[in-house]
Each structure stands twice: as structure tokens, then as C-alpha cells.
Design a protein around this ligand. Structure first.
Ligand code: PBG
Length: 326
């Protein structure tokens, strides 16, 4: 009997056959691991809402970098926790700020490790906003000046990539000008081009002590309901000279990742954020899900949606899964 329907199951008949036709494969090279570095002499502390994620003092950073190198992770993104904060975020652009010092240390002990510096003010301002406050609002252009100084001091400390995340208009252009003027024409910008005002950042704000002390970030981060606006944001950043475009968060925004991918030829990056991590860890701790399979499925879906790279707190777990030692 000859059938006239399609036999899709032919290509699923064995593990080898499935391997042969698989369209999307996750590699350790695709992963960027976020690290929180803190000032002071205290021991590292685990972030309660993010099991397995720590705030590292500089004296414990080397061991972590060695572990990452062994796992084959080639890129990290640094977030800083200063002891002192002020209203203009001085710690962000101080040549001996915590991110600058951590960058110098990592480049000294592991010169091949790519250091991406998150370029923002919210971890360094006492009000917790990502820019300068005037009359109760975040001032765009005054904030740009400080962001430019932050980027230049990070590049000076040895950062390989600058990742501005404060969502001020024009930040890529101003940072590009600043880097070029300071002689860092070859340092790429990985822009948080499409960053939504998302509840998924909750655990990060515990990890980085960066919750806004009044109001919210909705005048600079995007409305989760908007799609066309994401394409406008991505277009501006590309025109201003971004080398990579980040979409953040990732899981609730896979449609946006695909749309951005279809509009650009730049590498697109997913930020698999803190809330996405915390939910999986919590469900897994309760024995409700198979963590490894869930994580691999989530990260594979981001690549399938169109990203080249994923910033993820699961990077070490995934590196172990891929080595087959988890
Ligand atoms: C800084 C910044 C944030 C995140 C990355 N960079 C927090 C925010 O905008 O509130 C969030 C990352 C995460 O949730 O994992 N502006």
C-alpha cells in the first residue's frame, strides 16, 4: 500500500539519525558567564535567590577564573559591587573601581579570557538608577558623559568588550566616540540594544544591590508589550556603531530575537537573565523538573530563535553537560 502522506518519522528513527539531521547545536563557545565582583576582604557570598551564583571578592576571583578556563568558557561579563555609592556613580568610572581592578586581575591571570565590562551606573549610584537624576527623572545626555568615562576607564583597565546597558539614547554613539578618541578603536561594543523593563531582573538586583530606590526603570527600559520599538532600538544601535546586539530577557522574547536577527547581520546575543535562572533552580530544587534537559532546551531555543551567543548563569552547568561530566 502506498501512502500519500509524509513520513517525518524516518528522520527520527535512531539517535544517530537524529544527530545527523539536528539543525541547532549549542557549544561552550557560545556562552558568556556573568560574574559579580565586590570590594572588600570578606569571603564570597552566595546570592540567595540564585543558587550557585556568588559575589566574589578579588582575592577569590582567581580560583573562579581557573575553574572557568578548565571548563572551556572563554568569555565573562563583569558586574561590580562597590563599598561606597554616591549620586553620580563615581565608582563606575574610577580607574581603581571594582570592575577595573577585577578586569586587570583577570587579564593578568588569564590573558585569553575575554572580559566584557557591563557599562552602567545603577550598581554605583545611591539611588539605584542607571543615570544622573535631576528633578526626579533620569537625565539622558548628562548620563551619557558618565557612561563614556566608564567605558574608557574599563578599556584602559584591559576590558576586551564594552557592554553598555543603561538604555540612554545615543549611548553607543557617545561610547564609540569616547573609545576612539582614547585610542581604543579596536574595542567592540556589545550593546544592550533591546532591553525590556522586566520583572525577570529581580534576583539580579539582589545580586548586584542595584534596585532603584524610587520609581522604576520604565522611562528608559522598554515596554514588554512592544515589538516594533525593539526593531527601532536595534537599528539605532547598529547605525551608531554597535558590534553586537543584545536582546534581554530571552525566554519571553524569542520572537524579538528572531525579528532582530532578521533585521541585522551583526551577531545577536541573548541575555538569559537572573529570574529565568532562579525559576529553573527553584523548580529543580523541588524535584519538579529535569534541570539538565530544561536548561539545554531553553538555551537551544535561544539559538534556534537566532542568537549567536548567550549570556547565562548556567554557563558552567552547560559546559559540564557538554563535556558529559555533569
Ligand atoms: C544593569 C543591568 C541589569 C541586568 C544586567 N545589567 C539590571 C537592571 O537593568 O535592572 C539584569 C541581569 C539579570 O537579571 O540577570 N542595568
Amino acid at each position: 500500500m502506498s501512502s500519500n502522506f509524509d513520513r517525518h518519522r524516518r528522520l527520527r528513527s535512531s539517535a544517530a539519525m537524529r544527530d545527523l539531521v539536528r539543525e541547532t547545536v549549542l557549544h561552550t563557545d557560545d556562552l558568556i558567564y556573568p560574574i559579580f565582583v565586590k570590594e572588600g576582604k570578606e569571603a564570597k557570598t552566595e546570592v540567595s535567590s540564585m543558587p550557585g551564583v556568588f559575589q566574589f571578592p578579588l582575592h577569590e576571583l582567581a580560583a573562579e577564573i581557573t575553574e572557568l578556563t578548565k571548563l572551556g568558557i572563554k568569555a565573562i561579563i563583569l558586574f561590580g559591587l562597590p563599598d561606597d555609592k554616591d549620586d553620580v556613580g563615581t565608582g563606575a568610572y574610577h580607574d581603581h573601581g571594582i570592575v577595573q581592578e577585577a578586569t586587570r586581575l583577570v587579564k593578568k591571570i588569564a590573558p585569553d579570557m575575554l572580559v566584557i565590562a557591563d557599562t552602567c551606573l545603577c550598581e554605583f549610584t545611591d539611588h539605584g538608577h542607571c543615570g544622573v537624576i535631576e528633578n526626579g527623572g533620569v537625565k539622558n545626555d548628562a548620563s551619557l558623559e558618565l557612561l563614556k568615562q566608564t567605558a574608557v576607564s574599563q578599556a584602559k583597565a584591559g576590558a576586551d568588550i564594552i557592554a553598555p546597558s543603561n538604555m540612554m539614547d545615543g549611548f553607543v554613539q557617545v561610547i564609540r566616540e569616547g573609545l576612539d578618541e582614547a585610542g581604543y578603536q579596536d574595542i567592540p561594543i556589545m550593546s544592550y540594544a533591546v532591553k525590556y523593563a522586566s520583572a525577570f531582573y529581580g534576583p539580579f538586583r539582589d545580586a548586584a544591590n542595584s534596585a532603584p530606590q524610587f520609581g522604576d526603570r520604565k522611562t528608559y527600559q522598554m515596554d514588554p508589550a512592544n515589538r516594533l520599538e525593539a526593531l527601532r532600538e536595534a537599528k539605532s544601535d547598529e547605525r551608531e556603531g554597535a558590534d553586537f546586539l543584545i536582546v534581554k530577557p530571552s525566554l519571553s522574547y524569542l520572537d524579538i530575537i528572531r525579528d532582530v536577527r532578521n533585521q541585522t547581520n551583526l551577531p545577536v546575543v541573548a541575555y538569559n537573565v537572573s529570574g529565568e535562572y532562579a525559576m529553573v533552580k527553584a523548580a529543580s530544587a523541588n524535584g519538579w523538573i529535569d534541570e539538565e534537559r530544561i536548561v539545554m532546551e531553553m538555551l537551544t531555543s535561544m539559538k534556534r530563535a537566532g542568537v549567536s551567543l548567550i549570556i547565562t548563569y548556567f554557563a558552567k552547568d552547560v559546559a559540564l553537560y557538554l563535556k558529559g561530566d555533569a
